[in-house]
Design a protein around this ligand. Structure first.
Ligand SMILES: *Cc1c(COP(=O)(O)O)cnc(C)c1O
Length: 355
């Protein structure tokens, strides 16, 4: 804190993103990126852009990302007025906190979930209600059905990898008629059931997805919300109070091309699911407790080896995974599902560390 800083920053604990190393090449299993490159159509689109010569960089982008919005609306069978785009789903989430929460509309999310939620709430002065996950890390559903604030539900949850069935998500939406229910589906394409088909039925449901994980475009920074038109209008209003041009021209074009390559999307997500299942079996065989994952990562613990030691040992072997020194999860590791070769290297390294 310094005399020039606003009081908003006093005592705030900002989010700590996963490491993006620059010192050497690691096998990166720490930030849930997709191990496969984006669709080949993305490369072709980038090559066709006359970036510096043409209009592409000279002009501002379309603030509403019209074409990309239409492509997403078509893909998810909703109207373009039900789609909002942001600079990564993190931005869409932050705008949602600003649009739907305040001192009288608290945020309700479990104690163990995506760690950006408490940061947004603290920064914006929004009160929080954080019911603990059950002992087995399952979602305390009844606590999220009490119509006492804006529920933020990561489904599948992070970092636990567990998904709720759609009927349970619907029960949560139905039980909170006076508040928005935000379902963060960053990992939905790896095994969960999306709530998007419910957006016409509930005016309080906002579903948020991202291009970062299942579409291999974390570096592009594009995320989106799908929901009732009035919720989308609120998000556009927040955006236009801050920065109307959140998605650059290149990102709008590249993201649209990626959505249109459905075949590549299906292929890569199924490869990741197959690798995940194979790897989960192997880890169980080595004595790890592995939660049943519906995401592109595994949340594991070992009965005798300490997670912090495994983290350090893996790093020495050139493999990065994610660890939180926090209550209840300090003996767990979150391991992103990489390629089969990367996962074989991980399994070999773990075998060495355990022996
Ligand atoms: C990765 C992640 C996001 C953010 O993704 P963006 O790259 O900002 O689109 C949001 N929610 C959860 C739960 C995530 O794991």
């Amino acid at each position: 804190m310094n005399k020039f800083w606003s009081s908003r920053l006093s005592g705030i604990e900002a989010y700590v993103p996963g490491e993006q190393p620059i010192d050497r090449r690691y096998i990166k299993l720490n930030t849930n990126e997709n191990p496969y490159p984006p669709s080949p159509a993305v490369q072709a689109e980038l090559e066709s852009l006359q970036l510096a010569k043409g209009e592409e960089l000279r002009l501002y982008p379309d603030p509403n990302s019209g074409n990309l919005t239409a492509v997403l609306a078509q893909r998810y069978q909703v109207k373009p007025s039900q789609v909002f785009l942001g600079n990564g789903s993190d931005e869409v989430l932050f705008f949602s906190f600003m649009a739907f929460m305040d001192a009288q509309k608290p945020a309700v999310f479990p104690d163990i979930t995506y760690s950006f939620y408490p940061v947004y709430a603290e920064y914006l002065g929004i009160p929080t209600i954080c019911p603990p996950l059950h002992e087995d890390f399952s979602i305390p559903v009844t606590e999220l059905c009490r119509n006492r604030g804006v529920v933020v539900l990561a489904n599948p949850n992070a970092p636990t990898s567990l998904a709720l069935p759609l009927e349970t998500v619907e029960r949560i939406v139905r039980s909170n008629p006076d508040f928005t229910v935000i379902v963060d589906e960053a990992y939905i394409d790896f095994g969960g059931e999306s709530a998007v088909p419910l957006v016409d039925k509930y005016d309080n449901l906002l579903v948020i997805q991202t291009f970062s994980k299942s579409r291999s475009l974390a570096g592009l920074r594009v995320g989106y919300a799908i929901g009732n038109e009035d919720l989308i209008t609120a998000l556009r209003t927040v955006r236009d109070c801050i920065n109307s041009y959140t998605i650059d021209r290149v990102a709008q074009r590249v993201a649209a091309v990626a959505v249109q390559d459905e075949e590549y999307f299906q292929q890569t997500r199924h490869k990741i699911i197959a690798t995940r299942e194979r790897c989960a079996d192997k880890l169980s065989g080595m004595g790890f407790a592995v939660l049943p994952s519906a995401a592109n990562f595994l949340f594991v613990s070992h009965p005798t080896a300490r997670a912090a030691d495994l983290l350090a040992g893996l790093r020495q072997e050139g493999i990065l995974v994610r660890y939180w020194n926090k209550p209840r999860i300090f003996n767990h590791l979150r391991i992103t599902v990489g390629t089969d070769e990367e996962m074989d290297a991980l399994l070999d390294a773990l075998r060495r560390l355990l022996s």
